[in-house]
Every structure is written in C-alpha cells, then in structure tokens.
Ligand binder design. Structure first.
Ligand code: NAP
Ligand code: GDD
Length: 343
C-alpha cells in the first residue's frame, strides 16, 4: 500500500485527487490549515478516510513534520492562494505560499525522504500574454499577475530540484479546470450559481467583468488523473494538460443559461453590454468594471499532445457536460436553500 501526502486537500482538486487515490488503495494524508472553526471543505464527505496533519506552506517546520508523519511515496503539492484577482491584493502572501511554499515542500522532501515523488501544480496562467497559440510545453512564459509570477517560480524551482538533486519532481501545466466543487468566486461557478438563482427567482441578474476573455475549460476529475499518471512514469517530466478548445466567458454564460431554457440576447458594447432574457426582456447580465483585472490573460488554449502520447491521458468529460453538471448541481443546491429558508 502506497502513502500519499496531498497539500491543498480541502480544495477542488485536492478532493478529487483524494477520492482517486483512496480508490487505488493509497493511504491518504492531507495537510490542513488551522481555522477558527474546524471545516473540511470539499473532503467533508470522506474525512474519516483521510489522515489530516495541521501544517502550512509558509511554515517549513510544519512541512518537515508532515513528511515525517506521512512517510509518503508521492507528494502532490496543490496548496495555493489560487484566485488570480486576489493576487493583486495580497502579492506577498501569494508569493509566500505559491512560490516559496514550493521550496519549503521540496526541502522538506529532501530532508526527510528524497526518494518521494513530487507533483507541482503549475498553471497555464504562466503563459499570460501568450507567445504562441496553442500553448505547449515549449511555449515561452509571460505571466500577467502576481499569481502567475509566483507560480512561475514554483515551476522553475521544481525543475531545478529535479536537475540539481536528481529528484523525481514533475510539474503539470494545467489549464483551467472546473467542477461542481469550484469556489464561487471563479467565473464558471459564479455563472452557474447565478443562473440557478435567476431561474429560481432569488436573484435578478449577474455582474461580470471581461466577457471576451477566452479559456480552455476541462473538468477537475479528468485533470487529477493526469497528476497521478505523471508520478507513475519511469522518468519525471513536465506536461501540459488541456482540452485544446477555447471559449469566451460570454459563450459560457450563454450555454449555462441554455441549460435552464433561457436564451440570452446581447446588446450594447464594452461596459454597456447587456444580456436580456429573450422571452421576458429582463436584464439578466450586466458588466461591472470592478471585475476587470489590472492586466488580463486574453486567451488560453493548450496543446495536450505530449500528455496524450506519453501518459495516455485523455479528458473524458466534454465541455457541454461540464457546464450541465455544474448547473444541475447548483440548481439543486439553490432549491435546497430556498426550501430551508421557507421552513
Ligand atoms: P483551491 O480550490 O483554491 O484549493 C486551494 C487549496 O490550498 C485549499 O485546500 C487551501 O486550503 C490550500 N491552501 C491555501 N493556502 C495554504 C497554505 N498557506 N498552507 C496550506 N494550504 C493552503 O484550488 P484548486 O482549484 O483545487 O487548485 C489546486 C492547485 O492547482 C492550486 O495550486 C492552483 O493554483 C493550481 N491550478 C489550478 C487550476 C484550476 O483551474 N483549478 C489550474 C492550474 C493550476 P483552505 O481550505 O484552508 O483555504
Ligand atoms: N472570477 C471572475 N469573476 N472572472 C471573471 C469575471 C468575474 O466576474 N468576469 C470575467 N472574468 C474573466 C477573468 O477576467 C478571466 O479572464 C476569466 O474570466 C477566468 O477567470 P477565473 O475563473 O477567475 O479564472 P482564471 O483563469 O483567472 O484562473 C484560474 O485558472 C488558472 C489556470 O489558467 C484559477 O483556477 C487559477 O488558479 C489557475 O491557475
């Protein structure tokens, strides 16, 4: 039986990865931050099966302890301040966790169990102002946010430890992946939650920022499988994980509303753009400049050919199903909320 240590286990990816590793018979250890109220986030439903260790990416001693307790064969470093917009508000905190935190984890591995295999959660955000379309492992990086810059450090330090110490250390350059467990501040979940509230008459409209931004969106469940595959190879390497499809935020909005039989009709431009419910004429989508970013990543579309060839990785959940699953789930959650409020 293998031991795995997951940082960021309470997050979206941490939860799907924990489920996958439990299914495969791993002993799963997860690091968790102390909060004023004990909550298990996305792993509430499997908390009895996980060995939790209190630690923090900014506290190297706690990571050394986590390594000693868990004695992992595989370490998945998913912990991060992962919301790009907030990285302008907390640039140093983001760097502490997303950049230096990676070195803290790598050093803890080197000290306690250097033969442990290491996965780093790198990101398509590192491509930023893209230098090629589509983006692959050989595309030069040009990050556009404090988050992207911090993650680029994490990416290179992982490669450096592989080359300096011959460690089995890989980075997955993952493009956007979403799910029913996505945090509500990210645009996809913000949209599917709002669509469900608008449909059930508990919200009038949604306010969004840049509707022209294009993203390559997949489902988290498929992407955690790629993480695992990367650590099962003979030699460590870095891989792009993506769907090779891209859509605007506006298209996501249209498809999500269509899941509840609402057709959006657009008018106006820029900050005056408005989306109306074609059947009722009600304004259901508005622009709020508050959600624009100081620097934007306009287009992401990844080429996963290397992962396909070397890992045999393929995504299983197509885009339309991703949106449908998210909307269905939020429709249920909102209905439950309404029922509870009426009781
Ligand atoms: P997420 O839902 O925001 O989860 C982040 C996790 O990190 C949470 O468990 C959080 O714990 C933990 N964390 C934050 N700061 C920490 C600290 N100082 N010490 C210990 N734990 C800390 O993110 P996700 O979507 O699952 O993404 C997982 C990883 O993949 C992240 O590194 C992200 O940057 C990267 N990534 C994500 C995507 C994507 O599209 N989802 C794409 C590329 C890369 P709390 O519960 O205590 O907050
Ligand atoms: N969050 C948000 N809220 N984004 C909006 C909004 C809004 O109201 N309106 C438009 N957008 C646009 C953003 O400007 C961005 O271009 C796009 O929607 C996606 O935003 P997010 O869903 O917040 O994700 P992200 O692409 O910035 O970052 C995610 O993907 C990265 C991989 O490329 C995160 O998961 C990162 O952690 C991850 O590394």
């Amino acid at each position: 039986m293998k031991n795995a240590l997951i940082t960021g286990i309470t997050g979206q990816d941490g939860s799907y990865l924990a489920e996958l590793l439990l299914e495969k018979g791993y002993n799963v250890y997860g690091i968790m931050r102390r909060k004023s109220e004990v909550t298990y986030g996305n792993v509430e439903h499997i908390k009895e099966k996980i060995h939790f260790i209190y630690a923090d990416m900014t506290d190297p001693i706690s990571l050394i302890s986590a390594m000693k307790i868990s004695q992992p064969d595989e370490v998945y470093n998913l912990a991060a301040q992962s919301f790009v917009a907030t990285s302008w508000d907390t640039p140093l905190g983001t760097a502490d966790i997303d950049a230096l935190g990676v070195t803290n984890m790598l050093e803890a591995i080197r000290i306690v169990k250097p033969e442990a295999r290491f996965y780093q959660a790198s990101t398509s955000e590192m491509f930023g102002l893209v230098q090629a379309i589509p983006q692959s492992e050989t595309t030069p990086f040009y990050p556009r946010s404090p988050y992207g810059v911090a993650k680029l450090y994490g990416h290179w330090i992982t490669k450096n430890y592989r080359e300096s110490y011959n460690m089995y250390a890989c980075s997955g350059i993952l493009f956007n992946h979403e799910s029913e467990r996505r945090g509500k501040e990210f645009v996809t979940r913000k949209i599917t939650d709002a669509v469900s509230r608008i449909k059930q008459n508990v919200q009038d409209h949604i306010e969004l920022g840049n509707m022209d931004a294009k993203r390559d969106w997949g489902h988290s469940k498929d992407y955690v499988n790629a993480m695992w595959l990367m650590l099962q190879q003979e030699t460590p390497d870095d891989y792009v994980i993506a769907t090779n499809e891209t859509r605007t935020v506006r298209e996501f909005v249209e498809i999500a509303f269509r899941c509840v039989d609402i057709e959006v009709e657009w008018s106006g431009e820029g900050i005056n753009e408005i989306g109306k419910d074609k059947a009722t004429g009600k304004e259901i989508v508005k622009i709020n400049p508050q959600f624009f970013r100081p620097a934007e990543v306009e287009i992401l579309i990844g080429d996963p050919a290397k992962a396909d060839t070397n890992l045999g990785w393929e995504r299983e959940i197509p885009f339309a199903e991703l949106v449908e699953r998210m909307v269905k789930n939020d429709m249920k959650l909102v209905a439950k909320e309404i029922k509870a409020a009426n009781l």
